[in-house]
Ligand binder design. Structure first.
Ligand SMILES: *[C@@H]1O[C@H](CO)[C@@H](O)[C@H](O)[C@H]1NC(C)=O
Length: 579
């Protein structure tokens, strides 16, 4: 029979392989023995009351404080670290372990090629009041690499904070820049870190389904470290329900497309602390790259670039004096407390509504930096995506709910997955295959995409130049699926997820009870890669076409095999055709 064999393996999707996490940086977490007075119960007014008070700035020798009558944000001056966030009578909903550990900071993990890696909490050296009105205060805490005497990451960094009248929270964005001719550098990670107060925040919420009470960080310290330091078997626990459970921050990762809202809830007093990422444009890797969200600490992250789930392909490398400038954010930190239904669900729903409001307002009109472009300075691209796959239809068919996105020009159709330098703009097509990608930062891009159920990824052959205020009308765009004939056999569903394959039960010794009886989240359990050599002790997986069933016989991840002498080697899945 003629025809190219088409098969699908889970490898192109961003599998949640914990084995790959070994490359990653551990949270720079140290708990302090300093005790923090537990916040007492404070009277909570109905709703997020919006006082008429304007925004007030007070700046002193080592602090700058912005107060809008709802929240009070204290920043170190000129360092630009979040030292305190006052809300609902609680002096600080964040944890601080001074002098070197703060409630909120921006850090970069980096090295000179060949040098030692470090994670640097970027310290501002210059404080500037950008805007100071009744309605809004914007502050800048910047640092200039050329003027720095120390061995710091070769970036100029400008950390900008905005507090607005009537808003229960603050906005934070960071502009990073390297100039032409600056030294070579590798950057593994750019992120914002928030540390809600340990004594208050015990309930974590990262999605509609993944919300739970969390173990204490102290439980981790006495626990048994597993294959990598982030995974710990809790041998003792302050709350007995966590004893003999695995805690591992990678179990709470979400794909970037689902990354917009995450946070923590305090029960006494009832307060929600939320980090809202209104856009994916500044997060590297495309819609399906998983990233960390929140984890035991308590910690809440806003990730911008990282090697998580990928490794060295996602290092932001600069060579030969190449310049760069990028704006990360703004990210919103939102605080809530609502009565009468002051429960976890009510706080989550309210935070979700706020997130949706922020998404609607994107791009923001109130950001002062000229490096952040408001809607009027952005452009758009529209078109209709058709898919030409003769097996689905003899003529090209409208591609429904396909993902289409603009990312920096690349040499392959999956280049967007590895891009860490540019911005990305994604949307999904309507039932007719129509799409409009709005609010694109001007520049040259490729259009990438894929169609659920259709094998392959596409890249439009033409460079797309976005100009301010302009819409590029592409008209019909046809994606020709890579196929020479009819499908003879197929394993799984080409949809950039490995959910349909066989996910083993975790080792009963290494369970996170929360994910038991949640079939869609089973893959998050610790140590599933160790089940592979147990299931296939002598030889690798053999899949008999026409006999085997991929739900039962195709291991969901291509994992490494650990042999008796602990040598880790590759495995090969064998597909056997009936002959
Ligand atoms: C494959 O296995 C799954 C899970 O046991 C089952 O639901 C499905 O019906 C099987 N498919 C076939 C074609 O036997």
């Amino acid at each position: 029979m003629e025809g190219k064999l088409i098969w699908w393996s889970p490898s192109p999707s961003w599998l949640m392989l914990s084995t790959l996490c070994l490359l990653l940086c551990a949270a720079q977490l140290q708990t302090s023995s300093a005790t923090v007075a537990a916040a007492g119960t404070v009277p909570i007014p109905a709703g997020n009351v919006v006082p008429s008070a304007g925004v007030k700035l007070t700046s002193g020798k080592d602090e700058a404080m912005i107060d809008n009558g709802i929240i009070q944000l204290t920043l170190t001056n000129p360092g630009g670290f979040v030292r305190a966030l006052k809300y609902q009578g609680v002096e600080n909903v964040l944890e601080t372990h001074e002098p070197d550990d703060f409630g909120g900071y921006f850090d970069v993990s980096w090295d000179h090629p060949g040098g030692e890696g470090k994670t640097e909490q970027v310290v501002g050296t210059k404080f500037t009041v950008i805007t100071e009105t009744e309605d809004q205060v914007e502050l800048s805490f910047s640092s200039s690499w050329a003027a720095s005497p120390k061995d710091l990451v070769p970036l100029n960094v400008d950390k900008r904070f905005i507090v607005q009248k009537g808003v229960s929270g603050f906005y934070w964005y960071v502009i990073v820049e390297r100039l032409k001719g600056w030294p070579d550098v590798n950057m593994d990670q750019h992120r914002m870190v928030f540390r809600p107060k340990i004594t208050m925040f015990k309930y974590m919420a990262v999605s509609d389904e993944i919300q739970k009470m969390m173990p204490a960080y102290k439980d981790r310290e006495t626990g048994e470290k597993l294959a990598y330091p982030e995974a710990v078997l809790l041998t003792t626990a302050i709350e007995p329900e966590f004893k003999d459970q695995v805690d591992d921050k990678y179990q709470y990762s979400m794909e970037i497309k689902d990354h917009k809202l995450k946070g923590w809830i305090s029960d006494d007093p009832k307060i929600g602390f939320w980090v809202i990422s209104p856009s994916e444009e500044y997060i590297a890797g495309g819609p399906n790259k998983p990233e960390l969200t929140c984890h035991c600490g308590p910690i809440c992250l806003a990730m911008f670039t990282s090697v998580h789930y990928s490794g060295l392909d996602m290092v932001t490398e600069y060579r030969n004096g190449e310049p760069w400038k990028k704006v990360f954010g703004p990210v919103m930190v939102y605080l809530n407390s609502i009565v009468p239904s002051n429960d976890h669900a009510a706080l989550w729903q309210d935070a979700k509504a706020q997130m949706e409001k922020e998404v609607q307002n994107w791009p923001y009109s109130f950001v002062a930096s000229a490096d952040y472009l408001p809607a009027a300075k952005r452009g758009s691209v529209s078109g209709q995506l058709l898919v030409d796959d003769k097996v689905l239809s003899p003529t090209p068919k409208e591609a429904c709910t396909a993902y289409v996105g603009l990312a920096l020009p690349g040499t392959t159709e999956v280049a967007f997955q590895f891009d860490v330098k540019g911005y990305q703009f994604w949307t999904q097509t309507d039932p007719k295959g129509n799409f409009v990608i709005k609010n694109v930062i001007p520049g040259d891009y490729n259009l990438y995409g894929w169609v659920p159920g259709v094998v392959g990824t596409f890249k439009h052959p033409n460079l797309i130049t976005i100009q301010p205020g302009n819409e590029v009308k592409l008209g019909p765009v046809t994606y020709k699926a890579p196929r020479n004939g009819p499908t003879l056999w197929e394993i799984g569903i080409p949809d950039r997820s490995a959910a349909e394959f066989f996910v083993p039960d975790p080792d009963p010794k290494f369970v996170n009870k929360f994910f038991v009886d949640k079939p869609n989240d089973k893959y998050r359990q610790y140590g599933l890669w160790l089940r592979y050599p147990e299931l296939y002790p002598k030889s690798d997986l053999v899949f008999d076409i026409g006999v085997s069933n991929y739900s039962k016989d195709w291991f969901f991840a291509h994992v490494l095999r650990r042999t008796r002498n602990k040598y880790i080697c590759k495995n090969t899945f064998l597909c056997q055709l009936p002959l």
